[in-house]
Ligand binder design. Structure first.
Ligand SMILES: [Zn+2]
Length: 173
C-alpha cells in the first residue's frame, strides 16, 4: 500500500493509494528502472536481456585460446585441463548458440580472427619478447583497446546485430 495517489512510471496512469501495482500495466509503484523498462515494452526488454546473455556467453570465446596458450607455455597443465573442462561444460550448455555462430560465415570468421589475434599476441609475447622489454607494457595496453573494439565489432556492428537477430528469432521467441 502506497498511501497516496500515485502515477505509474511506466504508463503514466493515475493509481489509487491502496494499490501497490499499477491497475493498468502491473508495474510496481516502487519500480526500479529495469521494472519500468519491462512494463513499457516487454518485448524490447526481453530482447535486450537475451542480447546481454548472448554477448556474455560468446565473449569468453575471444580469450579461450589466449588463456590456453598462456597456460600451456607456462607448463601449468593442471589449470589448462581445468580451463578446457570448464569451456567444454559451458559449450555443451550453449551448443545451439555455438552451432548458430559456426553456421554463419561472418560470425565464424570474425570469432576465429579475434581469438587468433589474442592467441598469437600472447605466443609472440612469450616466445619473442623479453620480460623487461618496454613492449610488454605496450602489448598490455593494446589489450585495453583491442578488447572493447572486438566486442563492439562482434556484437554491435550491423553484422553483429544481424547474427544476434537471427539467433533470437530462431531460439528465443
Ligand atoms: Zn502502469
Amino acid at each position: 500500500m502506497v498511501g497516496y495517489r500515485w502515477r505509474c512510471q511506466a504508463c503514466q496512469a493515475g493509481n489509487e493509494p491502496n494499490l501497490d501495482k499499477c491497475a493498468f500495466c502491473g508495474c510496481p509503484a516502487n519500480a526500479g528502472s529495469e521494472d519500468i523498462e519491462k512494463h513499457i515494452n516487454p518485448d524490447a526488454f526481453k530482447k535486450k536481456k537475451a542480447k546481454e546473455e548472448y554477448s556474455k556467453s560468446l565473449f569468453i570465446y575471444f580469450f579461450i585460446p589466449f588463456f590456453a596458450a598462456n597456460h600451456a607455455l607456462n607448463g601449468r597443465y593442471e589449470s589448462l585441463v581445468i580451463i578446457l573442462a570448464i569451456v567444454a561444460f559451458i559449450s555443451v550448455k550453449n551448443i545451439n548458440l555455438l552451432i548458430h555462430i559456426w553456421n554463419d560465415r561472418w560470425a565464424r570468421m570474425t570469432l576465429i580472427t579475434i581469438a587468433s589475434v589474442f592467441m598469437i599476441s600472447i605466443l609472440y609475447r612469450r616466445v619473442f619478447m623479453l620480460d623487461d622489454s618496454p613492449h610488454v607494457w605496450l602489448l598490455a595496453l593494446s589489450y585495453l583497446v583491442l578488447s572493447p573494439l572486438s566486442y563492439y565489432y562482434f556484437f554491435k556492428s550491423e553484422n553483429g546485430e544481424r547474427v544476434f537477430g537471427d539467433y533470437y528469432s530462431k531460439y528465443k521467441k
